[in-house]
Design a protein around this ligand. Structure first.
Ligand code: PLP
Length: 422
């Protein structure tokens, strides 16, 4: 807070496409997609119109005991497009909540099947949100540290990425997972994974086949796989859902961020029929899922989400991605030989440039806030980005055209040069 108070920060008053405008009229390229959630650009006419239409009907009615057409339509569409077998949809307001719901559902599912499985297996570097259950499942010490006494214990296997040898890291992780699942046999409620890319850890990609291997180990052990696609869902990695890269169906799937194209807070937890069925029983058995947020499935948010799915189809958003992804990856690669870049990582339209004091892997002193410095240089030059430590994250809306992307990378190159020279 002290650093924040001493700095100038833009006050954004409007946005259009991939451009933000602040109170002084200065324009910025939004390279952060408004924290990884904007998909089709700001003020997309079709999404704006859908929200306005819904506003003329009702801004909010509850999903507790009632329903509304937008929620029904969205649930049907999500179930139809998600990996086969995920037939049931539970709506909440944020990614963290979608994860909390998945954790509680997994736990309750096993209780209702008469199995005392209460252990969750997580991965080093995992991030699943900021509420306490989601923090428990996470594994970033910066976010957990102080709160440790409030968290439930998990079993953690190593992070599946290392800059030195990514393939070896993934194999080591799978071996550890296999061992844990054998040792804890009937105790594991679920394995919780950010499939394909761990986001908040610094955009750490997994090799092809990794998600499939985790799925197979879960199936062998008879336990559940919770896929947290809050960051990677809705086209971010090049496919609608990241699990599709390996043809995997998780037992529970958490969606958030891009679900409304970045318009409004909404999230979803998808479940298999088998999980759904364990919640069915005569009333007195109390197998209800006692969980419901006031604004769950908000009608304005559902209108935005449904309109976003229309835009995916009408603008052929996914079909047009490969050319953008190729351009994005090639521009990121140009950082690889920079004397102050230790690692470059990307998958789809999510990327990171890891800054180092000395190659290959000598970090800058934390007090220097080098990632932040680069981001300030970018901002001065009209590009909004955000660092994770000393990794500068590049996360444009899927709608960003390659010309704008090119300008964004030009600015990032200049800014890395300026900050690391200083
Ligand atoms: C952002 C994120 C969350 C949390 O979502 P919120 O909407 O911020 O609560 C959970 N998991 C992953 C992988 C995320 O990137």
């Amino acid at each position: 807070m002290q650093a924040w108070e001493s700095e100038e920060f833009p006050v954004i008053v409007s946005a259009r496409g991939t451009t933000l405008t602040d109170a002084d009229g200065k324009r910025f390229i939004d390279g952060n997609a408004s924290l990884w959630c904007n998909v089709h650009g700001h003020r997309h006419p079709r999404i704006d119109a859908a929200v306005k239409r819904q506003l003329a009907r009702a801004a909010h009615t509850t999903l507790l005991g009632l329903c509304h057409p937008g929620a029904i339509e969205l649930a049907e569409r999500l179930a139809a497009m998600a990996p086969r077998g995920l037939t049931r949809v539970f709506l909440s307001d944020s990614g963290s909540e979608a994860l909390e719901v998945a954790l509680k559902m997994a736990f309750q599912h096993w209780r209702q099947r008469g199995e005392a499985r209460d252990t969750f297996v997580t991965f080093g570097g995992a991030y699943h949100g900021d509420t306490l259950g989601a923090v428990s499942a996470g594994a970033i010490s910066l976010f957990q540290g102080l709160f440790k006494p409030l968290l439930f214990p998990t079993v953690q296997v190593p992070c599946p990425y290392s800059p030195r040898d990514p393939a070896a890291a993934a194999i080591r992780t799978l071996a550890a997972l296999k061992k844990v699942l054998r040792a804890k046999k009937k105790r594991v409620a679920a394995v919780v994974l950010e499939p394909v890319v761990q986001g908040a850890a610094g955009i750490l990609p997994q090799p092809p086949g990794f998600v499939r291997a985790v799925r197979d180990l879960c199936s062998e052990a008879g336990t559940l796989l919770i896929a947290d696609e809050v960051a990677v869902g809705f086209g971010r990695t090049g496919k609608m859902f990241a699990c599709e890269h390996d043809g995997v169906t998780p037992d529970l799937l958490a969606l958030g961020k891009g679900i409304t194209a970045g318009y409004m807070p909404l999230s979803a937890t998808l479940a298999t029929e088998a999980i759904y069925e364990s919640f069915l029983a005569p009333w007195h058995e109390m197998r209800q899922f006692f969980h419901g947020h006031t604004f769950a499935g908000n009608p304005l948010a559902c209108a935005a989400a449904n309109a976003s799915l229309d835009v995916f189809r009408l603008e052929r958003t996914l079909e047009r991605l490969p050319a953008k992804v190729a351009f994005f990856a090639s521009r990121l690669e140009r950082f690889r030989d920079h004397p102050h870049v230790g690692d470059v990582r990307s998958r789809g339209l999510m990327g990171a440039v890891e800054l180092v004091a000395k190659r290959p892997g000598t970090a800058y002193p934390m007090d220097l806030r080098m990632g932040h410095r680069v981001v300030l240089e970018c901002r001065r030059r009209g590009v909004v980005l955000r660092p994770l430590g000393d990794a500068v994250v590049v996360m444009p809306a899927l709608a960003m055209d390659t010309r704008t992307m090119g300008r964004m990378f030009d600015v990032l190159e200049e800014s890395v040069g300026a900050a690391t020279r200083a």
